[in-house]
Design a protein around this ligand. Structure first.
Ligand code: NAD
Ligand code: LMR
Length: 325
């Protein structure tokens, strides 16, 4: 058996944490041969509920689950962790935008970034899920000066998966036949789901779908899917968010297929003219535990306009939390 790896999950008693912890413990994130130690982090008032989650995890008798640590102390929760899923934060409710959460949620991620900086494994891989995810990830990253900014990412995989599903439904194709889709920018209404380089069953997506459907229906369907779920469920997406978090980490660790890529919020290094001060979603290829932006894609005028719009929104979010960076 391999030695166990340590995985921190913040907000582990919440809806996404609850959906993620069991799948991670059964090996769906890191493989059926990888033992795990879960380090579940909550705020003090939720520690009792977290005890319940711990009891249920134990009652599953997962062969891969070596140990569970529950705590409200960040120095304990992030100690030596190899992976950190930063979920714990408020979800939005009907009528709110994700950026409306910045005031309440932004301040959570500075102390967590510092604690990761001080206590986690030097190779830790961090995924920020709590909204607004890109800017929260920027805050966490900025507070971890001893780690590489490439170790901090934000979740765009749910948007990527949503876009895959909409295309699959429209073209009556299995999602597994769709490759090279990208969702650029912010996890918000300005995100840009881009099918210009996408292939469906070996054919170019733009030749298979009507571009007026793409611009007038598909884009807003994907951009507004979070709100559509809140309206239907009365609560924000949870199981699909946990599933996307698992997909994101799996891709980062095990790689993306040679003929495909994924969408990840990463610290911009200036690709496609995007400001280096942002956590921005790009098309990325993952290999050997690292990732690299897919460079050289042709961007038409519409795509340029769309990525500049989402960049502008992220710059505004950054400005609003500049005191936390
Ligand atoms: P939830 O309210 O069900 O659970 C949140 C949990 O976080 C609670 O148990 C709470 O006690 C805990 N928490 C709050 N502050 C904390 C802190 N400082 N440290 C540790 N734990 C803390 O919410 P949820 O449905 O699990 O959603 C969590 C976050 O994920 C929200 O911000 C939501 O908007 C976001 N989200 C992001 C995506 C994405 O694609 N990026 C998708 C879905 C949801
Ligand atoms: C989502 O996209 O489902 C999440 O970001 C939750 C939300 O607020 O929409």
């Amino acid at each position: 058996m391999k030695p166990a790896v340590r995985i921190a999950i913040t907000g582990a008693a919440g809806n996404i944490g609850y959906a993620a912890a069991f799948r991670i413990s059964s090996g769906e994130m890191l493989g059926k041969d990888q033992p795990v130690i879960l380090q579940l982090i909550e705020i003090e008032p939720a520690l009792e509920a977290l005890k319940g989650v711990e009891m249920e995890l134990l009652d599953c008798a997962f062969p891969l689950l070596e140990e569970i640590i529950t705590t409200a102390d960040l120095s304990v929760g992030f100690k030596d962790v190899d992976y950190a899923l930063l979920i714990g934060s408020k979800p939005r409710t009907k009528g709110m935008e994700r950026s409306d959460l910045l005031n309440d949620n932004g301040k959570i991620f500075g102390p967590q970034g510092r604690a990761i900086n001080d206590h986690a494994s030097r190779d830790v891989k961090v995924l920020v899920i709590g909204n607004p995810a890109n800017t929260n990830a920027l805050i966490a990253m900025s507070n971890a000066p001893d780690l590489s900014s490439a170790q901090f990412t934000s979740m765009m995989r749910l948007d990527h998966n949503r876009a895959l599903n909409q295309l699959a439904l429209k073209t009556d194709t299995p999602v597994s036949d769709i490759t090279r889709l990208t969702v650029w920018g912010n996890h918000s209404l300005t995100q840009y789901p881009d099918i210009n380089h996408c292939s469906i069953g070996g054919e170019s997506a733009t030749s298979l779908v009507d571009m007026s459907w793409y611009r007038e229906s598909f884009l807003s369907k994907v951009q507004k899917r979070g709100a559509e779920i809140i309206n239907a469920r009365g609560a924000s997406s949870a199981a699909s968010a946990a599933s996307a978090a698992i997909d994101h980490m799996r891709a980062w660790v095990f790689g993306t297929p040679d003929d495909d890529w994924t969408s990840m919020g990463i610290a911009s290094t200036g690709d496609y003219g995007i400001s280096e001060e942002l956590m921005f979603s790009f098309p990325v290829r993952c290999k050997n535990g690292d990732y690299e932006v897919v460079r050289g894609l042709d961007m038409n005028d519409f795509s340029q306009e769309m990525i500049q719009k989402t960049e502008k929104e992220l710059l505004e979010e950054r400005e609003a939390v500049i005191h936390l960076l």
